[in-house]
Ligand binder design. Structure first.
Ligand code: GLY
Length: 363
């Protein structure tokens, strides 16, 4: 597979995800194909690191094709995914004269994508935007599905909106400049798709030959796993766009993951690393409840380990864990809700998890 297109079917909000090596170098041609006329204003949001690598060629391609393009760089890091940065984007949008016919493009990882999406959702009550994710994590997760957000001092992603992009373009070539640790963290989300819905993907990832090809960043193999991940995400999002039900299974490993990120300080663990520990805890609870076999638990553990993902639970105080879990917006009516595996490729949502089952992991 050297190119793939996946439709996210959402009625009149449907869009395509294009995965192809080199796609960001031909952005204007791609925009014309999806009906973005080349006299439109385009505001590109990125950060310095990504911009240093890609923006010169990217903007030249847009300008050579008569798009009126401008770039705005936000500061990198979770601590800048806030209302202040969003407000800076609004100022630029105003100065640039971004109107209802204009377009915003997110060029970067999940932070750039989330904040750009929220800017697009709210500027003039909503304009079109495109996601061009450059990290594995954002390729397989946040760029698809229309969740947009910034953080509030009291919690992550507390301010946001559902706003679907007009299109998503994924270029596996951008993974060649991604730090190894970030690539591995992205693999945690890919492994997640294997556990929640895609046994074939899980087995593909377990295969030693495939593993080596992925570690060597061979496009064909990268496209295969990104394609499989997005197919699952697309299916789930089209069934339940606003997370009233099944979409919650995408949060497998995330309840404890968020606790770990929050209590250890964002930065000590990358998101995918925290999720990896969260999946291990969820897997262990499932084992104790007799939901899945020891063999499946070990397979999950081994696969996470083979991408150097952590499984050791950091020292965290029990009361703090409860405080974070109860404040988590995924907890409903004060009940603890967890996604637990029933086998490789199958999970379920449990609303009845009692404290004693999970507090024993903490001090
Ligand atoms: N990242 C989980 C979701 O998109 O629902």
């Amino acid at each position: 597979m050297n190119k793939s297109k996946i439709l996210v079917p959402l009625g009149n909000k449907s869009y395509e995800v294009t995965i192809a090596a080199g796609v960001i170098n031909n952005i204007s041609q791609e925009l014309l194909k999806i009906g973005v006329k080349n006299n439109r204003k385009i505001l590109v949001i990125s950060n310095k690191e990504i911009s240093d690598l890609y923006s010169e060629e990217f903007l030249k391609n847009l300008k050579d094709n008569n798009y009126q393009a401008q770039i705005f760089l936000i500061k990198a890091g979770e601590s800048h995914k806030n209302l202040e940065t969003l407000s800076e984007i609004y100022n630029i949008a105003f100065e640039f004269g971004l109107d209802r016919n204009s377009l915003i493009i997110a060029l970067g990882g999940g932070i750039v994508g989330d904040i750009t999406g929220l800017a697009a959702a709210t500027w003039l009550r909503g304009i079109e935007y495109i996601q061009i994710p450059t990290t594995l994590l954002s390729m397989v997760d946040s760029s698809v599905g229309g969740k947009t957000a910034v953080n509030h001092p009291k919690g992550k992603n507390l301010i946001g909106a559902f706003h679907q992009p007009k299109a998503v373009f994924i270029d596996p070539e951008t993974l060649k400049t991604l730090p190894k640790r970030e690539f591995n963290a992205g693999m945690a989300e890919v492994i997640k798709y294997g556990i929640i819905k895609d046994k074939e993907l899980f087995e593909f990832l377990e295969n030693e030959k495939n593993k080596n090809k992925l570690i060597n960043l061979e496009n064909e193999y990268l496209i295969k796993i990104i394609n499989s991940s997005i197919k699952t995400k697309s299916y789930i999002v089209s069934e339940d766009e606003k997370e009233h039900g099944i979409r919650a299974i995408l949060n497998y490993g995330h309840s404890f993951g968020h606790v770990i990120e929050n209590l250890c300080g964002y930065g000590e663990f990358l998101h995918g690393e925290a999720i990896s520990i969260g999946m291990r805890i969820a897997g262990d609870i499932a084992l104790e409840k007799g939901l899945w076999s020891k063999e499946d638990f070990i397979r999950q553990d081994n696969l996470l380990k083979s991408y150097s993902l952590p499984n050791k639970i950091p020292k965290i105080n029990k009361n703090e864990v409860i405080r974070i879990l109860m404040g988590d917006k995924k907890v409903r009516d004060g009940k603890m809700r967890f996604i637990l595996p029933k086998g490789i490729g199958e999970v379920d949502i449990y609303d009845d998890i009692v404290d004693s089952l999970f507090l024993k992991y903490f001090s």
